[in-house]
Every structure is written in C-alpha cells, then in structure tokens.
Design a protein around this ligand. Structure first.
Ligand code: NDP
Length: 434
C-alpha cells in the first residue's frame, strides 16, 4: 500500500488473491524463494499517455490513456480496454492483475494486461468517438501486436470502437494484422460467438455450480445487473435454460418486470438505439423503473448475476440477497462483490462463483479468435460455442479440484486463485529472474 497509494481497487484485488495463496506458499516454498509474489504484483510495464481530440464544436479535449502490461509468463499480454470516466491507474491495475489469473484459468496461452481511458462515450457523436479512438490508437499502436499485446473491449468499448481502432492501427502500421485486437467484426477477422461469450460463459459456469447441488436454471428467478454486453447475453442464455430474469439495470437505475423482462426490447434499446434502460417502461407499462442501482439486490431472486461494474454488491446487499433466499451468485462483471460480501456468501453456504472464473469465457473466445486469425480460418458459431462450454466446464472442475487439494472444498474463490496462480508461477520460475 505504501508503494501504490490511493489504489484501493488494486489493493482489494491483490488481497483477495494473496489471502488464498497462504496454503500454497506453505506447501511450495520455492514460490517464495523465487520472489514470485513480489514479481507478480508489479506490472512488467505501465504505459500512460495523452489522448487529445477535437469535438464536433471544434473544442480540444485531452483524456488520459493507460495500458498496463502485467504479466507475459504464459503468452502475450491480453485484456480489454475500458472507456469510462472512472478509469484511473488503480482500476486498470486491478483489472490487469485479475486478468493474469483469469487468462491462465482458460487454458489458453495468454498473459495478463488491461487498459483504457477516462473518456466518457456517453452523449458523444459517432464522429467524436471515431476521432477519440483514432487518437488513442495513434499512441497505443506503438506498444501492441499479435505476439506482444492484444487488447479487446470492456465497458464502453464494443464492436464500433474496436473497428475504429483496428482501422487506425492498420493505417499507421501498414499491415493487416488481424490478431492485434479481438472483438472485431466478422467481416475483418472477428470470431462468431465472441459477442455472446462472456454472458453465455457466465451462465455455463453457474450451471455447473448448480448441477453439483442437483439444481438447474429451470424455473429459477434471476436478477442481472447492467444491460451491456455481458448482461444481455447472460439474460439470453439464462432464459434459454428456463429461468425467468426479472430485472436488469444501467447506471441510472433498474427495471423490474415480475413476468420476466423482454430481451428483444432491451437489445434494441441498448445495442441499436443507444438509449437508457428507463425507456423500457414506455413499451412495457406494467414494468417498474427505479432510479439508482443498489436497490436492485433487494429484489427476491434465486440467482444473482452482477454483470455491470466493480463493488456493486456490498455487505448490506449480500445480507439482503440471502434473507430473500438467494442460492447462487455468479460474478459476470469484474470484482462486483466487495471482500465483505464474498465472506458473507461463503459463510452462509451460498454457491459463489468468482469473476476470474465465471467471466473468463470472453477472453477464452478472444484467444480462439486469435487462433482463427493465425490459421486464417473462421469457425462456425456452434463450434465456438461448444468450445466455450467445454472451457467453462474445465475451469469449474479445475477450480473445484484446487480447492479440494488445499482443504477448502467447494470454495471457488480459493480454488480459482490457486489454479490460475500455479501455472503462471511455474512458468515464471522456468524462465528465470528476468
Ligand atoms: P458494457 O459497457 O457493455 O456495459 C456495462 C453495463 O454496466 C451498462 O449497462 C452500464 O450502464 C453499467 N455500468 C457501468 N458502470 C456502472 C456504474 N459505475 N454503476 C452502475 N452501472 C454501471 O460493458 P460490459 O458488459 O462489457 O462489461 C461489464 C462488466 O463485465 C465489467 O466489469 C467488465 O470488466 C466485465 N467483463 C466484460 C467482458 C466482456 O467480454 N465484455 C469480459 C470479462 C469481464 P451505463 O450504460 O449507464 O453506463
């Protein structure tokens, strides 16, 4: 904390992982001898840069750009870019740190990285977004490449932004290097199934958790926060498996529809028309719109899928969910539950799936996109989806096995941290102190 003051999100992410590793270090002192923790917690490289751009009125703005290249022990840096006014060094470092273990869990050869900007895409015209992303990529392109660092999307960065960034990278570098970014449009090297991957993967993972208790999504009531990329496809898959999703949100508030929310309306509002979730009520007058986000967790549900942002479920929300009978919580977003909330879920024997395992499906399919780009091939949607499903099952099983091995049966927080850590740590030892 002395070395990284004012980085509370980063401290929180590190504490969650390092607390889990205590029994691993006791059993394998070589990790201490090789200084693995000290090396893992320090990014290999941090790039901070200026992003100047001009708005439609001719006014000049300057945003901050970040890329943290955290760990390349098992592959090129890989992780998304977030455009949101809250982005700062702490947020990018917590996300990059988490990404190391998540990427390791996927079984794919990818290291950990993350980046973004404090640019706020809300209310910006398409041209403004294009000028901003081009300026962002004009600097970032010096630091990335298919075998160096492969960014993707995250909050505020979807197919449109990736498209503009890819175009700018291609123009400056003079190469068509499809593998430099993932989440691309299908016509220029994207993978079918990438858009759905994080949301579907979240539900596949929670399905495995439920199975172990003889349960399923069928006839369960589900609350999903957010209404972005992860949320929409989590809602879609949970509904396909027979659940009723009664609520979703955006940063202004949430909608609650006891009959189950109509996903095609949400998709149109969010993916096509770029509108607020409150507009949903105009088309479905029986639905309620409630301002503010935190009360969404007071809605009674069997399964809670926080898919919006960090620290959205605190100890109070966790206790409310439990008193309303929640049986499973799956973190679709990164670090959506505070450390206190996680402890409460575990103490009360609630099935709890941690982000780095639950939402790893997105980056796993990004790695499949990289593989298709290398082979200059495109797989069908079903091929990608089947592969994703198997990867999520493997992550679940490997995390459960690691939890068993270290005497914390059923604790997926510990299991996922240990399973993700060991592969990276062993690779670091093999490669020497460099
Ligand atoms: P999107 O930008 O597509 O959607 C984010 C959603 O969350 C929006 O509904 C947004 O509302 C809401 N939201 C954002 N910030 C806040 C906030 N501070 N308070 C309340 N609501 C908020 O992002 P994604 O769906 O891609 O990402 C969601 C989460 O999933 C993030 O934690 C991300 O890191 C994680 N994730 C994403 C992956 C992916 O493949 N996309 C992969 C793995 C993890 P509004 O529109 O009003 O801002």
């Amino acid at each position: 904390q002395l070395r990284n003051p004012n980085e509370s999100e980063f401290h929180q992410a590190v504490k969650e992982v390092f607390d889990s590793l205590i029994p691993v270090l006791a059993k394998h002192p070589s990790y201490i001898e090789h200084g693995i923790l000290e090396r893992m917690v320090e990014p290999e490289r941090v790039i901070n840069f200026q992003v100047p751009w001009v708005d439609d009125q001719g006014k000049v703005h300057v945003n901050r750009g970040f890329r943290v290249q955290f760990n390349s022990a098992i592959g090129p840096y890989k992780g998304g870019l977030r455009f949101h006014p809250s982005v700062n060094a702490s947020i990018v470092k917590f996300l990059g740190f988490e990404q190391i273990f998540k990427n390791s869990l996927t079984g794919q050869p990818i290291g950990g990285g993350k980046g973004g900007s404090d640019f706020d895409p809300k209310g910006k015209s398409d041209r403004e977004v294009m000028r901003f992303t081009q300026s962002f990529m004009s600097e970032l392109c010096k630091h990335i490449g298919p075998d160096i660092d492969v960014p993707a999307g995250d909050i505020g960065v979807g197919a449109r932004e990736i498209g503009y960034m890819f175009g700018q990278y291609k123009k400056i570098r003079g190469h068509f290097e499809a593998g430099v970014l993932t989440g691309k449009g299908f016509s220029y090297g994207g993978s079918l199934g990438r858009k759905e991957a994080t949301g579907y993967g979240t539900v596949y993972f929670v399905e495995e958790m439920l199975k172990d208790r003889g349960l399923s999504f069928k006839d369960k009531t589900v609350v999903v926060s957010g209404s972005g990329n992860v949320s929409i496809y989590a809602i879609e898959k949970a509904t396909k498996l027979g659940a009723k999703v009664v609520a979703c949100s955006d940063s202004s508030g949430y909608i609650y529809d006891t009959d189950g929310i109509n996903l095609s309306t949400v998709k149109r509002l969010k993916e096509v028309e770029n509108k607020r979730i409150s507009e949903y009520v105009k088309e479905h007058p029986k639905t309620q719109f409630i301002e503010g986000c935190s009360a969404i967790w007071s809605i009674p549900c069997d399964i809670a899928l926080p898919c919006a942002t960090q620290n959205e479920i605190d100890d109070i929300a966790a206790r409310t969910l439990i008193s309303n009978g929640v049986i499973a919580v799956g973190e679709g977003a990164n670090m959506p539950c505070t450390l206190e909330a996680i402890e409460i879920f575990l103490e009360n024997d609630i099935l709890f799936g941690p982000a780095k395992a639950v939402n790893a499906g997105g980056v796993a399919v990004s790695a499949l996109e990289m593989a298709q780009n290398s082979m200059r091939l495109s797989w069908t949607f079903d091929e990608v989806d089947q592969e994703l499903h198997q990867i999520m099952k493997d992550i679940y099983r490997n995390s459960m096995n690691a939890a068993d091995e270290y005497d914390t049966p059923g604790n997926l927080v510990v299991g996922a941290n240990i399973a993700g850590f060991k592969k990276v740590a062993d690779a670091m030892i093999s490669q020497g102190v460099i």
